[in-house]
Design a protein around this ligand. Sequence first.
Ligand SMILES: *Cc1c(COP(=O)(O)O)cnc(C)c1O
Length: 366
Amino acid sequence: MNWKTGLTGMKPYTPGRSIEDVQTLYGLKEVVKLASNENPYGCSPAVKAFLESNTIQHEIYPDGNAGNLRNKLSKKHNVPKEMLLFGNGSDEIIMIISRALLGEGSNTVMPSPSFPQYAHNAKIEGAEIREVPLVNGQHDLNGFMDAMDSNTAVIWLCSPNNPTGNIIPANELKTFLKKIPDDILVVLDEAYYEYVTASDHIDSVTLLNDFANVIVLRTFSKAYGLAAFRVGYAIGNPAIISYLNTVRSPFNNNSFGVAVAERALDDEAFIEKCRELNSEQRNRFKNYAIENGIHMFDSQTNFVLIEVPDDADDAAESLLRHGFIVRSGNVLGTPGYVRVTIGTEAQNSNFFKAFDLLLNSQEIRI
Ligand SMILES: *Cc1c(COP(=O)(O)O)cnc(C)c1O
């Protein structure tokens, strides 16, 4: 068959190991998954109550416009309804953007390492990928300026960045956006927005008034604790949203996911609580890294990228044996590090014990 040339050598996404797999593999009773930055506190009790008593009509197609959820988010962000686009997770929005704007002859600029779906989708569409290496975990925005040219169609920014966790400081971001020609779409992926506590970070939705070529991505998968339901959304200029909406498939979000996201928005106190708890636990990780003289990136998210002795795959394997699934930096473009989702207080205490063993076994070997 005549597959698109971009597909040559590409592989499907390989998810991390499941809790059940690891339990069977190592005969463990309890396994904690700290590999995909899900919310360890679950989701709002309001959502759980709804799930037990829902009245979704299974035989009816979903509202392709996600009208009720649109109304709620329009109020929450104080933007017109035409500025919202919904995706089956923000993953799908990344795909829609790529499909609409990228192809042979165009190029797209992105940080590296960062969220792999930007490059993955660009490759399928046949666009040239220009990766700008991070500097100390931060976007090198001057490097972005050097990388782009008249064929650049999309610029991807990930703030906070996955897998380093660093944010782009608000002033740097604004200075950068002023320099970008308005025919280039700038995507600001903020999957971890709710976890940010730093003061030099602003609600980027306010930037949309000044920069009509910017689109912001948010998701219900991380802090809202609803990864299973696949709901993400974009906020941007109505003209951009309208083009992307043409590419979107008619019933991309299912009724259940949309209804659940609506309930989650009624309980912002849950998000605040998670932000606080996560921030406390993030500080424990910071202190642990300092005490043990290991490097950790300055995270504003619910995960940390932390240095390990020796090879990252070996470290991930050792942690796995003690019941913790983490992501090896070898697959994230950060060898020598593992990415660990910040768990609950008890989970983290046990994680530090497992990490102690990793550090100690290393000392003995040396
Ligand atoms: C998890 C994640 C996403 C994808 O989220 P979904 O809404 O579940 O598709 C997008 N971007 C980044 C940076 C992420 O870490």
